[in-house]
Write a protein that binds this ligand. Structure first.
Ligand code: CO8
Length: 260
């Protein structure tokens, strides 16, 4: 099986660039998430690495979010395994002690937005056709508390409440306005801006920065760690409901139809 993640660690500055390369849309499949978590774990344990930039190797899309096919007409056992991989990827990225920067070079709905929000800083390509947000409710599904807390940490209570209920996908100016992304730059400057920003963040002593990061994030991480089984059980019983399966089926059909 070919690799869905490409990692280049620059030993001169300790910055790793982690690229999603799972065409066509970097959907977060079980294999993708597993490989992603393993790579993050390796970088976390590598003392020569101080920062990680995540970006996409695909044009126009950062990530299409969770792979819907991993949750559609699948056994409860499969859904549970998949959900554990989603949790694991989130725990590794949200809980990372490294400086993490998202170089968002395309659309970033749902799980794609989640990964971006897990980072310490977000730079998005200034293309009015791209959007980002937690659009789960539009699919008839519900983002769990740790998705919600991740958004809350970025944009605050009011925008999270509105964005989550309405399943808002923000275009780039609106994403900037509410603080969902920190900067918009021309498409061909996304990676170089991420590298420049990384230099600034790495000027802060690691230890002090890491403790500050942990102070902001540890309560949510601990809450998921303490409730992982229940969170998985909830997901499986919800996602395998007939009515939810029907919504997912309709959404997939809509995605296909949009094309022709
Ligand atoms: N999963 C599986 N397949 C997908 C997904 C996906 N998330 N997104 C796109 N695809 C497929 C399309 O069906 C299409 O397949 P095919 O070629 O066989 O027709 C192919 O990928 C290419 O897609 P597009 O033609 O749509 O590509 P575009 O470049 O035009 O658009 C977009 C890219 C904008 C990313 C678009 O594909 C899109 O909007 N995708 C859907 C995004 C989305 O809504 N994802 C939500 C996933 S749910 C989630 O992440 C969180 C769930 C939280 C769980 C809570 C449970 C209780």
């Amino acid at each position: 099986t070919s690799s869905k993640i490409k990692v280049d660690l620059d030993s001169s500055n300790g910055v790793a660039v982690l690229q999603f390369q799972s065409p066509p849309v970097n959907s977060l499949s079980l294999d993708f998430l597993t490989e992603f978590a393993i790579n993050l774990e390796k970088l976390e344990l590598d003392r020569s690495c101080r920062g990680v930039i995540i970006t996409s190797a695909q044009p126009k899309v950062f990530s299409a979010g969770l792979d819907i096919l991993e949750m559609y007409q699948k056994s409860p056992e499969h859904c549970a395994e998949f959900w554990k991989a989603v949790q694991e990827a989130w725990l590794k990225l949200y809980g990372s002690s490294k400086v993490t920067i998202a170089a968002i070079n395309g659309n970033s709905p749902a799980g794609g937005c989640l990964l971006a929000m897990c980072c310490d800083y977000r730079i998005m390509a200034d293309n009015p056709r791209y959007s980002i947000g937690l659009n789960e409710t539009q699919l008839g599904i519900v983002a769990p508390f740790w998705f919600k807390d991740t958004m809350l940490n970025v944009v605050g209570h009011r925008e999270t409440e509105k964005g989550l209920q309405l399943g808002l996908l923000y275009n780039t100016p609106n994403a900037l306005k509410i603080g969902l992304v920190d900067e918009l730059v021309p498409e061909d400057k996304v990676l170089s801006t991420a590298a420049e920003t990384m230099t600034k963040w790495l000027a802060i002593p690691d230890h002090a920065r890491q403790i500050s990061k942990s102070m902001m994030r540890k309560p949510t991480v601990d809450k998921l760690l303490a409730n992982r089984e229940a969170d998985t059980t909830n997901f499986v019983s919800f996602i395998t409901k007939d009515s939810i399966q029907k919504s997912l089926g309709m959404y997939m059909a809509m995605l296909k139809k949009k094309k022709s």
